[in-house]
Design a protein around this ligand. Structure first.
Ligand code: UGA
Length: 434
């Protein structure tokens, strides 16, 4: 099929590259020329394992190209995916301005086209957006008859760091369709995938996405709350998680307690769903609690350091990990940001390291960053692990202790073996270890 994808963020690029790999003719579209130039030269504009190889393969087979000529390529395709960002406004509502402008562009592109065309929203949008915002906008701008236009909503469930594998081996594909054209087109496009395909109306697809992310976020906040209790009662929460995870109804996934969830999805999506519910006069106590617990976790990390160091002012504290999780350079809503801000406010001298996230983090806080973890931890009174990169999991604890001034080691992600850390001579503290 001829596929056009508007937006070359992480969803758009992964969608474009994997659909091209299936043999479709894909054009990735964006208004930012430098991103398109990168793409056409075989470079990935974002850090995502395996993506650059897939882009290069797509360019070589001519199944994938990038372009800024949005209208022309939308017109020449059979199906257009909207993969633009949906950021939060100050009240947590999603900002639909990119969605609106993408649908207007599609509408203008279709003005001179005859036959059928399908438009599918892949961006995360609150229920009713596809039917009440995207569809009317396209119809108005194109002057098209409703019966020629296919309208669909097909959420993505990709995790950063494993997005290619997630896209190529999905647990399920949700096909939200408002008409038979979209239903037929999406089923045809996804025919090569043999997983369960759930067909539903667009608003259901929209809520499946929010409910899935909010449920996972709530699961993390729940385990963090229980882990905080475990701390007080002398219980190792990892054993509790193991016991819980053996129940297939609970599942062993997403039971890792720690500094809380970050990233571009969970915090934004929980807030957006809560805001949408509020706008419709529905109370959302669970969503509120999910966010509240998540705000507490980084503060607990700072408190752990404070209890051990006595006073934070003037202490040298090294933060290992700035990315919101390992295997990504994404630092959005990273828990490290909260921890670092609080430590600086309390007068600590903070140094930081992350294998991939330092350039992005520099744009948020101008904290002192070191090219290696060894340099970052030199003469530190306290080291705090905030992202469980393999590099930190495999730290040589003995030489770390030798480099440091003090011996306080706070593990915000349970990345290390507690017994080993204590045996080495660290004053080691982590979430949920009694
Ligand atoms: C998340 C969802 O997992 C994807 O299914 C979804 O498609 C994506 O959002 C999205 O909406 O685009 P992602 O944000 O890449 O994916 O990251 P996750 O691997 O889900 O981790 C999110 C955060 O939760 C991280 O900060 C991680 O450290 C934290 N986490 C995760 C925990 O604290 N404990 C856990 O047990 C699992």
């Amino acid at each position: 099929m001829k596929v056009s994808v508007i937006g070359t963020g992480y969803v758009g690029l992964v969608t474009g590259a994997t659909l091209a790999d299936l043999g479709n003719q894909v054009v990735c579209l964006d208004i930012l020329e430098e991103k398109i130039d990168m793409l056409n030269s075989g470079k990935s504009p974002i850090f995502e394992p395996g993506l650059e190889e897939l882009i290069q393969k797509g360019i070589k087979t001519k199944n994938l190209i990038g372009s800024i000529e949005i209208e022309q390529h939308v017109r020449n395709s059979d199906i257009t995916f909207i993969c633009v960002g949906t950021p939060s406004d100050k009240d947590g509502n999603i900002d639909l301005s990119y969605i609106k402008s993408a649908s207007s562009t599609i509408g203008r592109a279709l003005r001179d086209k005859s036959g059928e065309h399908t438009v599918v929203v892949k961006s995360t949008v609150v229920p009713l957006t596809t039917e009440d915002v995207v569809m009317p906008n396209i119809l108005k701008k194109s002057g098209w008859k409703r019966e020629n236009l296919g309208i669909g909503m097909n959420p993505e469930f990709l995790r950063e760091g494993s997005a290619i594998n997630d896209a190529q081996n999905p647990d399920r594909i949700v096909i939200g369709y408002a008409d038979e054209i979209a239903k037929k087109t999406l089923n045809h496009l996804y025919e090569p995938y043999k997983c369960t395909k759930l067909e539903c109306i667009p608003r259901t697809a929209e809520l499946i996405k929010y409910a899935s992310n909010s449920f996972l976020a709530a699961k993390i906040s729940f385990v963090n709350e229980i882990a905080n209790m475990s701390n007080i009662w002398g219980i190792d929460f990892q054993e509790v998680a193991e016991g819980m995870g053996l129940d297939s109804r609970i599942s062993a996934e997403f039971l890792r307690a720690g500094a809380g969830f970050g990233g571009s999805c969970f915090p934004k999506d929980v807030k957006a769903l809560a805001a949408a519910a509020k706008n419709s006069n529905v109370e959302s106590l669970m969503l509120k609690a999910t966010l509240e617990v998540n705000d507490i976790q980084p503060k607990i990390i700072v408190k752990m350091a404070e209890e051990r160091l006595g006073i934070i002012k003037g202490k040298k504290i090294a933060i290992l990990g700035l990315a919101f999780k390992p295997d990504t350079d994404d630092v959005r809503e990273s828990r490290s940001e909260i921890v670092i801000k609080e430590l600086i406010e309390k007068g600590a001298e903070v140094t930081a390291h992350d294998p991939e996230g330092m350039p992005n983090f520099k744009e948020i806080i101008d904290v002192s960053m070191m090219p290696t973890h060894e340099l970052a931890t030199e003469k530190a009174d306290c080291v705090i692990i905030m992202t469980e990169w393999n590099l930190y999991k495999n730290l040589d604890l003995r030489s770390l202790l030798q480099r440091m001034n003090g011996n306080v080691l706070i593990d915000g992600r349970r990345a290390l073996n507690a017994k080993e850390a204590e045996k080495t001579g660290f004053d080691y503290k982590t979430i949920g270890l009694g």
